[in-house]
Every structure is written in structure tokens, then in C-alpha cells.
Design a protein around this ligand. Structure first.
Ligand SMILES: [Zn+2]
Length: 447
């Protein structure tokens, strides 16, 4: 069935002034100014009041952290003490709480215009060994495209690490489960809805052996690799002191400096390291809000791109960014980079590009996601500009970023509407918010 999304107010695509035709889950055709679809269409969607952008792609998150937003014990702390305050709460995570957290995070993301998300889940308390299976179930239920990473930690307080003993697993358990998940869920065709990637929490929360074997496993199954790196100065100091390496040198030692890898944060790389990342084809996820909340530092996105590093955006976990709104993240990234590099170096189009083609590059999906062009997946976010915050706007696409768009009215994933007139069909958002609040209280207060 051919659907014409007709006459949008604005669209982030060249030669699509009269809209696009969607067929079979893909973008079939762009309709230029003064033109009409080349073949008959079965249905027309009037997009006159809507600005259309490629569906946004979130490349870093920890869904479970929606249970610990603005938690008093973690307020006003930098990364390491913040983690120490939160781990005992996260250790109480169970199946019901995780399922609620994943639903909340995915719903919040979709309502912000996000069509593909990753998640970095690395907390596996007893009884929650199937955490990634729970995430797959929710993604399928909501119809969201997802690259779920099998996270891991095998260094706990007992070994001088940060997390409590109860949330870490041993190396063989982690690798066996990683292989099981890849075999069960990973799709490798164009338009894949569910993919797996492997993601030790950070190089300092796993052993060298697990880092190395994880990279070998990813190469064997051709899946991607993800971890946190160069987030804070503390981390650089910790790695130098305990391992004798800067984080990127250690990563390379473990077989991780290649184009299979995307790294969260990348705030504290030096110029030579940025050159090595570019040469290796590794990519970086910028998390503007999280970096500001934790005062981690300023990620040199523009500098990295100029050096040839692919950069995408991520909301990061909701305990440090406290929000899973990717459109707000676009604005935050735009403001931070513009402050650092100036008006001629950074535009609203750059910020939208980081969240679309940039993020698609991070997850190895440049061939089917992130662009409105024939043959690409029909993943779209449509924003109405009739809210008070947009009143008086000129350029609609610039207004999305500059006026602070935060809620998509229509979202399409693989040709299917998942957000309809501001709502997610079949999901009672009010009830979800109420029950999630109760679950968060239970997890935070239990002893
Ligand atoms: Zn993170």
C-alpha cells in the first residue's frame, strides 16, 4: 500500500517539498515542488502543519535508571560518588521494575521523535539474568526499533571496583549469555527491528580478559561493541593509576580500537587520540545533558567531526540526564557546541544531523536509517508547530531546535504509525506514570 505524506510545512530532505511516498515500510519516493507521486497512492496523510525529520536515533541510554531520576542520595555528586550512591538501589532491580522502566524510557523516547534506540544494560542481580529478553519483549510490544547491548561487569567492590558484589557476573556466564542473545535475537538484514551489541560497562568495571574476549566474540558474530570511555578526568586518573594506561591506550590493548566500536561520552580525549579514533573508524556518542549534570566536561563534537570521527547523540541514563527526551538533547548539544565553537561552525542542521545520520553511523546503520531518501526505512518524526513556544517562528526546522521542540505529534517506524496525534496507541500513559512512580518508591526504599 502506498501512502503519500503530503505537503509538509517543512521536511529535512532535498527535493521532497511536496512530501514523500511510503511503501512496504520504506521510503519509496520523494515528491518535489510542483510534482506528484509517480504512481497512484492508496492513502494520503495531510502534513500541512507538520515539520518532518528523519526519526531520531538514540545511541546511549540505561533504561533502568528511569527508576532513579533526581534521587536525593545521588544529587550534586560527580560520576564516581554518584555511582557509589546509586549502585545499592540498582542492586534491588527486579523483573517488574525493569519492565516498567523499559516501557517508560521507550515511550518517552518515541514521544520525543525517536524511532531507534539503543540501551546499555549492565546490572544483572540474581533473578534478573534475562534482563535483555525483557527489553526485547517491550520493544516488540511498542514497535520500536532497538539495538540492545548485552552489558557486563565482573569487577565488584571485592576486587576494588565500584559496584556491589550482587550485581556483577562471572566472565563465562557473561560470554555464554551474550552468545545466546545474539543467536536468539540479532537480525542482520536491512530494516532490522532488533539487533544485539556487546557492551562491558566500562574498561574499569571488567577484567582485561573479559574486554578482550568480548571483542573476539563480537568479531566472530559481526555485532557491534559499545562502552563508556573518557567521560571524566577522574576516569583518566584512575586508569593511569591502576592500569598504567590512558583509557584509549587500554582500549587498543584489548583489541577495541576499530570500526565496530562506538563509545559513550568521549569528553577527555586529546588531539592525538581523536586522530587515532578517526583512523580506526570508531564513533562517539555525545550526551550533552548528562555531561552538564555531572559536570563531566565539554565534548569536542565539532573538533572530532573535523578530524573525521563519526558522532551521534544519546540521552544517557535517566539518573544523570534524568530525561529520555532526544529532541531536547538535540537542543542541548546544539547550545553546548555553539558556545564552544561559535556561530559559523555549528548550526541547527548540524545538531539534527548528529541525532540522525551521525547516530546511524554509530550503530552501523548508515545504509538504511537516519535519512529521508528512497530505499531508506520509513522512520519519521513529525512535529506540529502550533504550540505557544513556536508562535512567531520563521524557519520551521530551525524552530524545532531553537524554540525547544519536545514532543512529536506523529511518529512512524518502518512504515507503521507508533505515535498518533501525540499518543501511543494501546498505552495508557497516565497509568504507566502512576505505577512507575510506585515501583520507583519500592526500589528506592526497600532494605
Ligand atoms: Zn551511560
Amino acid at each position: 500500500m502506498r501512502l503519500w505524506i503530503k505537503d509538509p510545512l517543512a521536511i529535512l530532505a532535498e527535493g521532497a517539498e511536496r512530501g514523500i511516498v511510503v511503501e512496504g515500510g520504506q521510503i519509496a519516493e520523494l515528491v518535489p515542488a510542483g510534482g506528484k507521486p509517480a504512481a497512484p497512492v492508496a492513502e494520503v496523510f495531510e502534513a500541512g502543519g507538520l515539520a518532518v525529520v528523519p526519526g531520531l536515533i538514540n545511541t546511549h541510554h540505561h533504561f533502568y535508571q528511569t527508576l532513579t531520576r533526581a534521587l536525593p542520595a545521588a544529587l550534586d555528586k560527580e560520576l564516581f560518588p554518584w555511582l557509589k550512591a546509586l549502585y545499592p538501589v540498582w542492586a534491588r532491580l527486579d523483573r517488574q521494575a525493569l519492565e516498567s522502566a523499559v516501557t517508560v524510557a521507550m515511550a518517552e523516547l518515541m514521544l520525543s521523535g525517536c524511532t531507534t534506540t539503543t540501551d546499555h544494560h549492565y546490572v544483572f542481580p540474581k533473578g534478573l539474568e534475562d534482563a535483555i529478553d525483557v527489553e526485547v519483549e517491550v520493544a516488540k510490544r511498542l514497535g520500536m526499533r532497538a539495538v540492545l547491548t548485552r552489558g557486563s561487569m565482573n569487577l565488584s567492590e571485592r576486587d576494588g571496583g565500584l559496584p556491589p558484589d550482587s550485581v556483577v557476573q562471572d566472565e563465562d556466564t557473561i560470554l555464554e549469555d551474550s552468545e545466546r542473545l545474539i543467536g536468539k535475537y540479532h537480525q542482520c538484514h536491512d530494516g532490522a527491528m532488533i539487533q544485539m551489541a556487546l557492551a562491558p560497562c566500562s574498561p574499569f568495571s571488567v577484567t582485561r580478559s573479559l574486554m578482550t574476549r568480548t571483542a573476539e566474540l563480537a568479531a566472530r558474530h559481526d555485532v557491534r561493541l559499545h562502552t563508556h570511555l573518557a567521560e571524566t578526568e577522574d576516569e583518566n586518573a584512575f586508569c593511569l593509576e591502576t592500569m598504567g594506561y590512558r583509557p584509549l591506550d587500554y582500549l587498543e590493548e584489548c583489541g577495541w580500537l576499530n570500526d565496530r566500536v562506538w563509545l559513550a561520552h568521549g569528553v577527555h580525549f586529546n588531539e592525538a587520540e581523536i586522530g587515532r579514533l578517526a583512523a580506526a573508524g570508531a564513533s562517539v556518542t555525545h550526551c550533552a545533558c548528562s555531561n552538564q549534570v555531572l559536570a563531566s566536561g565539554m565534548c569536542p563534537v565539532h573538533g572530532m567531526e573535523s578530524a573525521g570521527v563519526k558522532v551521534g547523540l544519546g540521552v544517557d541514563g535517566s539518573a544523570s540526564a534524568d530525561s529520555s527526551n532526544l529532541m531536547q538533547e538535540v537542543r542541548a548539544a546544539f547550545l553546548l557546541q555553539r558556545l564552544q565553537y561559535g556561530v559559523s561552525a555549528v548550526s541547527h542542521r548540524d545538531a539534527l544531523r548528529w541525532a540522525t545520520t551521525g547516530s546511524a553511523g554509530c550503530i552501523g546503520r548508515s545504509a538504511d536509517l537516519g535519512v529521508i531518501a528512497p530505499g531508506y526505512q520509513a522512520d519519521l518524526a513529525l512535529f506540529s508547530l502550533d504550540e505557544l513556544r513556536f508562535a512567531g517562528h520563521g524557519d520551521p526546522l530551525a524552530a524545532l531546535v531553537l524554540c525547544g521542540a519536545h514532543k512529536a505529534d506523529w511518529v512512524m517506524i518502518g512504515g507503521r504509525w507508533t505515535v498518533v496525534d501525540g499518543d501511543i496507541p494501546g498505552l495508557d500513559i497516565a497509568e504507566l506514570s502512576r505505577s512507575h512512580q510506585a515501583t520507583a518508591r519500592r526500589i528506592a526504599c526497600q532494605n
